[in-house]
Design a protein around this ligand. Structure first.
Ligand SMILES: C[S@@+](CC[C@H](N)C(=O)[O-])C[C@H]1O[C@@H](n2cnc3c(N)ncnc32)[C@H](O)[C@@H]1O
Length: 232
């Protein structure tokens, strides 16, 4: 893990994950761009979504990822998140069979049950990736998949920009962010018995520049990534 402070160009005040995601709640769904994560999920070829009987969505938040999974035909879905206010919104969507308030690494869900585990836009908030991958490996049945979508470490380092939201117009607040190199993911996942079967990176392109004209300076840089892991 690299400290984000080495790269910080914004110097926003920083709050904890729990505090930040509670406070960001009212504007979250209109701020997070589908280009970041859902476009990458759409691009994946190694996950037979409609054949997934049972999935767990770790860091499910308000249920954006869950809604995408159910629309692709995932039959049963459990969600887990540490921010109760977000789980309340997810519950209202009526797409999860079970929602659990817990830390990702706490072992709150039953092991060996899941065909698929998703972790979308969560890993940059974890100090250490190893407990995440160990827990994912415990949850998945043999042959099952883990899809992780992340904020790209290259972008965090180049732009010096943490995950953040506006508390009020012009008052940005950062949520505790860590930098994990792609090699850190590989090392942690392989140590947990997972093999990489697909990886994609989303670059800043015309569609992004329309959404964020000030990102012209980052054109062609990777901003997010997707990894699909399989348990032997
Ligand atoms: C950017 S949101 C992503 C939510 C959803 N996957 C999506 O794509 O919209 C990150 C979520 O991860 C949750 N989170 C972060 N660290 C966590 C941890 N250690 N355990 C459980 N939830 C965590 C936060 O509460 C937040 O709801």
């Amino acid at each position: 893990m690299l400290e984000f402070a080495h790269f910080d160009r914004r110097r926003y005040p920083t709050v904890s994950v729990r505090e930040g995601y509670r406070e960001w709640l009212p504007s979250y769904e209109t701020t997070v761009e589908d280009e970041m994560d859902l476009v990458l999920l759409d691009a994946l070829e190694s996950v037979p979504w409609a054949a997934v009987e049972r999935a767990a969505d770790l860091g499910c938040g308000t249920g954006r990822t869950g809604a995408w999974l159910r629309a692709r035909g995932v039959a049963r879905l459990d969600g887990l998140d540490m921010t109760p206010e977000r789980l309340a919104i997810a519950r209202r969507r009526e797409i999860y069979d079970r929602l659990v308030e817990a830390d990702i690494a706490s072992g709150a869900l039953e092991g060996g049950l899941y065909d698929l585990v998703t972790t979308c836009l969560v890993d940059e908030h974890l100090r250490d990736l190893r407990p995440l991958y160990r827990e994912v490996s415990r949850l998945i049945r043999p042959g099952g998949r883990h899809v992780l979508i992340g904020y790209h470490p290259h972008f965090i380092m180049t732009a010096g920009m943490p995950t953040h939201f506006d508390r009020s117009p012009g008052e940005a607040v950062a949520i505790e962010t860590y930098v994990h190199l792609l090699g850190d993911h590989v090392t942690a996942a392989r140590a947990a018995g997972l093999s990489l079967i697909e990886m994609r990176e989303r670059l800043v392109d015309d569609r992004w520049i329309v959404l964020k004209p000030r990102w012209e300076q980052y054109r062609h840089h990777p901003v997010s990534f997707a990894m699909v892991w399989q348990k032997a």
